[in-house]
Design a protein around this ligand. Structure first.
Ligand code: ADP
Ligand code: ZN
Length: 727
């Protein structure tokens, strides 16, 4: 397969070429921020450093130049598992790409080499090991290379995580190919690493592109870590059939959690470094192919996964630092559709990490750095400040508004005089002899009749039931502030019992004032502990759309199974979402859907349009009002060979409506013999007059313009033909 040179006058590449390739091959209408600028830089044969968050759209930045420029683009990627996916994804879009790495047999490698030398390949993915190996050099020299792209470029830096020694040898590329433009791309924000990338790759006077690290479609939520299993079950019930990752610190937790979730009827699997490799790759495959929606994993999972429709990431345990948190969170919602990140916060985790750091091998400075990062992490979880603001600020990006899509913004806390509330809690702690943990304390304050309360005679103490005015969650929130401001402590060495500090005693015995914050009152129904907020009712059109979306997902799954490719490579969720919105009924319609390029139209257009048509007709039969359905019914009858009069009769509509419907379908790209209504000459004459009128055209005005010479049908079809040509 060879890319046709329609968009390739090779000498001078402009953004117009880039845009038309974006539409043709990827089905996207416009570039995301910075993509066009980066592509222009490559066209100008300059080097660039590209910093973009995961899901920001880095691949397009080298794929579009690769497609439009002469020669082959060489993409260095450390993740062998991803190469196959990427190459398959490109092939699905009709772009000839290949990879060379250690997984290929010598024969396969030879085939790729031959294709390369014959000029059939536009993008070559290669592992760094392969690229720097002696055996590879002769081939490299014989190729006409359009550009180098070094993906995951942070692997070059010993400062960052994921350091890959082979990456440091990549400097030879610039030495041997000084005139080939090079893009270095990474999602890592760290300043030291950025500088290292430029130095080590020997980029020449590179242009820096730093995209915003904001991922506005991801809702950020932090919840207290108590009863997290029940909270997770609630969350999953609200996200049925969605894919997500639950990150846990310990391998055992992964296993137990997956098992418990399965017992509750969810499909979950576990993944960590000690799972045998074969099982690990099966788990990963099942996740990618939407067979297992939920993976309980240690952070080992996710690096090599490009799945675009991960809808949520849950942190069962607190991440060690904000870099890790944000990177893991970034694995959901790559397709730009709404996604959720839910973090459970507990002090226990903080203490565990502290110990791990203290007992670790690192130097005192490194330990101090780790502790400082950990502190920033839990301040993030604890401070009642917009989460997005906090995390972006940490990465050095100013963000001077509130995001409206995090738990703090959606339910902002209000300050109040919390002295009385604090006194109730402190008094209860002392009256139990400092023998209770947080859960039990809240139960006592709220007057629970739970067995543990009664057995210990805690229902006899004076403060029993004294805190009923606050819901369970509210108490958690208040107590965590008391903890943070040093009124109480947790005895981690004694079953996490709460202790009252000196500061706390001042509040209790000297009436020292305590300002506290409280989320805005949310209708806290009695008995509804730790529940997530309820979702509002859905409108009819939303339900209709969801219904169609689910059918498209099912169709995608069955096609994917037949073809043995991951479903998201056929169309991602964002594309199906747009399709469910636009309900395309013809080829021309479906090309308007974001993510449907020419190749995908060829491959899957009929199947998806067919499904949507069936859906529309069914819904109409059920009495739903679906735009476009009436035209479609007329059209289907017409195609079955019924005359216009018969159709009008059968449908109880006017003859004029029938022709209107047919004209509309013609305008949307269906084939019709126009001559039946209007001759080519008449069509030309009518269309010639159209510029005198404005859209939407008034048929009567046009009819009168021509002194009634052309009947309404002629005018209708001439207009449809003009509009069709414009699309
Ligand atoms: P990254 O490599 O930065 O993590 P990707 O290149 O995988 O991100 O892109 C993330 C998603 O966004 C992909 O599904 C991709 O097809 C989509 N995407 C990229 N650019 C555009 C665009 N201009 N318009 C619409 N979707 C885009
Ligand atoms: Zn916010």
């Amino acid at each position: 397969m060879r890319i046709e040179n329609e968009i390739q006058p090779a000498l001078f590449m402009t953004l117009a070429h880039a845009s038309s390739a974006l539409k043709k091959y990827f089905g996207y209408d416009r570039f995301r921020p910075l993509q066009a600028e980066i592509i222009q830089t490559v066209y100008d044969k300059k080097d660039a450093l590209v910093l973009m968050p995961t899901g920001g759209g880095k691949s397009i930045c080298y794929q579009i130049p690769a497609i439009t420029m002469d020669g082959v683009a060489v993409i260095v990627s450390p993740l062998i598992a991803l190469m196959k996916d990427q190459v398959e994804g490109l092939s699905e879009n009709g772009i000839p790409a290949a990879y060379i790495n250690s997984t290929l047999t010598p024969e396969q490698t030879r085939n790729v080499e031959n294709a390369l030398l014959a000029g059939y390949v536009k993008l070559l993915y290669v592992s760094p090991e392969k690229l720097v190996s002696q055996g590879f050099q002769p081939l490299l020299k014989r190729l006409k290379i359009s550009l180098f792209a070094v993906d995951e470029a942070h692997c070059i830096s010993a400062w960052g995580h994921d350091f890959r020694p082979e990456y440091t040898q990549l400097r030879f590329l610039k030495e041997q190919f000084p005139d080939v433009p090079m893009l270095a791309l990474t999602a890592t924000a760290d300043k030291l690493t950025r500088k290292d990338i430029v130095d080590q790759l020997q980029l020449r006077d590179p242009v820096w592109f730093v995209a915003s690290f904001d991922r506005p479609n991801i809702k950020l939520t932090v919840r207290p870590g108590q009863r997290r299993f029940e909270q997770i079950v609630d969350f999953l019930k609200q996200h049925p059939n969605q894919s997500g990752i639950i990150y846990c610190l310990a391998r055992k937790t992964c296993e137990e959690l997956a098992e418990k979730l399965n017992a509750r009827g969810f499909r979950a699997a576990h993944y960590h470094a000690e799972v045998p490799p074969a099982q690990r790759s099966k788990t990963q495959e099942d996740f990618i192919n939407d067979r297992t929606p939920i993976i309980c994993a240690t952070i080992a999972f996710g690096m090599g996964i490009d799945k675009s429709n991960v809808r949520f990431v849950i942190h069962y345990n607190l991440p060690r630092n904000l870099e890790g948190y944000y990177q893991e969170v970034g694995r959901c919602g790559r397709d730009g559709l709404p996604a959720e990140a839910l973090l459970f916060f507990s002090y226990q985790d903080v203490m565990v990490y502290r110990d791990m750091i203290e007992q670790g091998e690192a130097s005192p400075e490194q330990k101090a750095l780790k502790v400082a990062k950990l502190e920033r992490m839990y301040q993030f979880a604890e401070a009642p400040v917009c989460r997005r603001k906090t995390v972006l600020f940490y990465f050095g990006e100013p963000y001077d508004r509130s995001c409206g899509n995090c738990d703090v913004c959606l339910n902002p806390p209000r300050q109040f005089d919390g002295t009385v509330a604090a006194q109730k809690a402190l008094s209860a702690i002392l009256r139990t002899g400092e023998k209770v943990g947080m859960n039990l304390l809240i139960d006592i304050l709220r007057g629970s009749r739970r067995q543990e309360v009664i057995e210990n005679n805690f229902h006899q103490i004076k403060t029993y039931g004294a805190g009923k005015e606050y819901a369970y969650d509210d108490w958690l929130f208040l107590l965590s502030q008391m903890l943070h401001t040093g009124l109480i402590e947790i005895a981690y060495d004694a079953q996490n019992q709460l202790r009252v500090t000196e500061e706390g005693r001042k509040v209790l015995f000297e009436g020292k004032k305590v300002p506290l914050a409280m989320p805005q009152p949310k209708a806290a129904k009695p008995g509804e502990k730790g529940r997530l907020p309820h979702i509002p009712e859905k409108s009819k059109s939303q339900l209709l759309k969801e219904d169609l979306f689910n059918r498209l997902v099912a169709l995608r799954r069955s096609i994917a199974q037949q073809q043995g490719v991951p479903p998201y490579l056929i169309f991602n969720d964002a594309t199906l979402d747009d399709m469910a919105d636009k309900r395309p009924l013809t080829d021309a319609d479906i090309l308007q859907v974001s993510g449907v390029g020419e190749r995908k139209l060829q491959l899957y257009g009929d199947a998806f349009i067919g499904e949507i048509r069936r859906f529309v007709l069914e819904k109409k039969d059920e009495g739903a009002r679906v735009t476009g359905s009436s035209q479609l019914v007329t059209w289907e009858l017409f195609k079955k060979g019924h005359t216009l009069n018969e159709i009008a009769e059968m449908r109880q509509i006017s003859a004029q409506s029938v022709t209107t419907h047919l004209a509309q379908m013609y305008e949307r790209g269906e084939t019709l013999d126009l001559d039946r209504w209007v001759s080519p000459e008449e069509c030309d004459i009518i269309q010639g007059a159209l510029p005198l009128f404005e859209e939407p055209y008034q048929m009567k005005a046009i009819y009168e313009h021509f002194n009634e010479r052309y009947n309404y049908d002629k005018i209708r079809f001439a207009i449809a033909d003009a509009r069709r040509a414009r699309k």
